[in-house]
Design a binder for this molecule. Structure first.
Ligand SMILES: Cc1cc2nc3c(=O)[nH]c(=O)nc-3n(C[C@H](O)[C@H](O)[C@H](O)COP(=O)(O)OP(=O)(O)OC[C@H]3O[C@@H](n4cnc5c(N)ncnc54)[C@H](O)[C@@H]3O)c2cc1C
Length: 345
């Protein structure tokens, strides 16, 4: 999944979507249905939001039409649907400011780029996601080589000696999944209690995973010629240490959500719950700026992928009306539209 198209110097789009999670992706698709010239900007280097960053290989069971689908497969399908229109997708562009200049919104990204637009759909979930890092000397050069914060590809871990760090659902789920493909899986957790579901803890205890709990932490990385070969583990209670040979470390100690940039967007917030919207229109306090998905806050809000998609469609239809007050609000039925490439029957 990559970036499409180029951005011209004075390119003013009808709509710019901030965030390439499921809500933003469905909004991008829907914008095409309503013929809005659109672009999407995403802070991370990949699409999918929480589905890619937090639970790519977990199943989702509550999407209409899919009795069960892996999160990453849902992202791929949503991308395929949105990509029909070949609208530009700008990855690694974290929006810091939303400025209004002569009736046009100018979005400023961290890398210094500007994205101009008549309307904006904010679909930035819980803000930008960054994995919580382990403070241990020498970790940075090994990141994305032998030290990972998420599993993108099971093959990376195949036949390897893996150390999983963490005691929450994702650490335990991954330890149990990796046990099926890795040569050896060890798990350590530094807190005195598990933070995962009881059933998962029971599964872990009955598995072949080598578990060091409670209160164990990694204190030193062993690196030879730039390669990770092992790690020193401290039993915090007894103060004893032991060395473990490992090829890969998977750190699952949570993600940090950063919503602080939004405070500069001059948009009314609903306490800490997100951006205040009118639930009938998804309009925010700034004219022509809409919010949908986990970031949109209103009475009765439910944070689900399906709800975000519905809110994105509502917001896009409103954006059409904002740009052209004479336009119809309701798009009609997709089954009657001739814009879609008909699948072979
Ligand atoms: C472990 C887990 C399991 C879940 N399981 C389910 C389930 O089974 N079914 C279900 O319906 N829901 C589930 N959810 C909830 C679901 O993942 C969310 O409701 C959904 O991801 C919200 O989508 P979103 O697009 O609004 O936000 P996100 O998925 O959070 O995506 C927001 C995107 O915006 C980007 N972004 C943020 N700030 C900026 C910025 N300043 N500039 C540019 N880009 C930015 C982020 O990088 C991110 O990619 C689960 C959540 C978790 C954590």
């Amino acid at each position: 999944m990559g970036e499409n198209g180029e951005k011209g110097e004075n390119d003013v789009k009808d709509l710019t979507i901030i965030g390439g999670g499921p809500t933003g992706l469905f909004g991008l698709f829907y914008a095409g249905v309503r013929h809005l010239d659109t672009q999407l900007v995403e802070a991370m280097d990949e699409l999918g939001g929480a589905l890619s960053a937090l639970y790519a290989v977990k199943h989702i069971y509550d999407m209409g039409g899919f009795p069960a689908i892996l999160a990453k497969d849902l992202v791929a399908a949503m991308y395929e649907q949105a990509d029909q229109w070949k609208y530009p997708i700008h990855l690694s562009q974290k929006i810091l400011e939303v400025e209004e200049r002569d009736g046009i919104y100018v979005l400023h990204s961290q890398s210094g780029e500007e994205f101009k637009s008549k309307t904006v759909l904010i679909a930035n979930g819980n803000g930008s996601l960054a994995p919580r890092k382990l403070r241990i000397p020498g970790i940075e050069p090994l990141e994305d080589k032998q030290i990972f914060y998420t599993v993108k590809n099971m093959d990376t871990f195949r036949d390897k000696r893996v150390l999983v760090i963490g005691g929450g659902d994702s650490a335990l789920d991954w330890a149990l999944e990796l046990e099926k493909v890795s040569k050896m899986v060890t798990l350590i957790h530094r807190l005195p209690v598990w933070q995962a579901h009881e059933a998962t803890v029971r599964q872990l205890i009955n598995s072949e995973v080598d578990v060091h709990f409670p209160r164990h932490e990694a204190t030193q990385l062993h690196v030879t010629d730039g390669k990770l070969t092992g790690v020193t583990i401290l039993n915090i209670t007894s103060k004893e240490t032991f060395d473990l040979e490992v090829d890969i470390i998977l750190i699952c100690i949570g993600f940090l959500m950063d919503t602080s940039v939004m405070r500069k967007w001059e948009i009314a917030l609903e306490g800490k719950k997100g951006i205040k919207v009118d639930p009938a229109t998804m309009a925010t306090s700034r004219p022509g700026v809409y919010a949908a998905g986990d970031i949109a806050a209103y009475e009765g809000k439910i944070n689900l992928i399906a709800c975000g998609a519905s809110e994105a469609a509502m917001a896009v239809n409103q954006a059409v009306r904002y740009i052209n007050p004479d336009a119809r609000l309701a798009p009609g039925h997709s089954s009657d539209m001739d814009i879609f490439k008909k699948p072979d029957s």
